[in-house]
Write a protein that binds this ligand. Sequence first.
Ligand code: AMP
Ligand code: MG
Length: 359
Amino acid sequence: MLRYRRIFGEWMLAVGIILILTGCGSGKAEQYGSVDTAMGTVVSQTLYVCGDREEAESEIAAVMELLTRLERQELSWRIQDSEVARINALSQKEAEAIQGQENAMREGMVVPISPVMQQTLQQIWQVSADSGGALDVTLGRLSRLWNLDALSAQATEISVPTQEQIRTALEDAGYERARISQETLELPPGMQLDLGAVGKGIACDRVGEYLRSRPQITGAVVAVGGSVITYGQKPDGSPWKVAITHPRKEGSYLGILSLTGEHYVSTSGDYERYVMVDGVRYHHIFDPSTGAPAHSGLCSVTIVCDSGLLADALSTACFVLGPQQGLALARSYGAQALLVEEDGTVHMTDDMKEIFIAQ
Ligand code: AMP
Ligand code: MG
């Protein structure tokens, strides 16, 4: 038995070595790329694959498919059958049912949620609490009221909601009024979720899971809008380069991040979806305390950490908080952060300085 174990052990070791040596049949992974759209944004993929073009294309298609499924089945508030849309519909239905009723229970209707949604919401709620409510995914009614996501790039006007409309929309918001427990979410009727601030980061987490399950993919950079995952390595061992958009010079970069291995990068900026009216920039990141686009002095925040969800949640929260509180929040999560003020001043955590190369 002992002898069998020893032989078996040696055999396993030998197989391990053979697999490592022949990890890539031709000796070198080839680079394949694609640019497509999913989750309402541009998805660009660079994959290093041990295999031919057909195999690489099927990997690229599999990543697109998982993003589309994530949006359709879980995160979209626009697509009827997604989990978020189902929660919102139940909440809305209950609000309509009790409308006008005297002494109607405004607190605590309970909706069932999947274990994955429960985990996701728990992580989001933690960032909401740690940021003093700067991140609040219960602002669904407010974001629909402003409707800034629907802005076209050429838009020059916007219908600014009245203070009364904003006040009413905020009445239905407030992450601290919702409770997540095992398999359920308890929320006030009328509250509407909008996971736009974290969706693309969650997407990168799912891409990471997929990549880890595919030994033939040895390295990758996948960008889902402003969220990016870097994974594995390039055949020549050089670092991944992720460019950070210049918030005020269209088509230019502020600098480059040089990253080795698996990282998650997320940028929130007021230049992504906005319209200028009479010198005021109306953009898509709201300050939950005012119900209006956040004017914290920042125009761009980039976070690098080991979770897509956290990178995305923190970039939005830091944007709302402003330079000092934003840096403190990022540091408290051990995340690398780069914050740009409207006058161009750049703030970085020390470990961000090690990976950022200014242009
Ligand atoms: P991001 O680009 O990741 O910063 O996310 C912006 C998106 O998140 C917006 O398009 C809104 O849908 C939503 N959103 C805006 N402000 C907030 C906020 N303070 N907390 C949570 N979600 C927000
Ligand atoms: Mg975000």
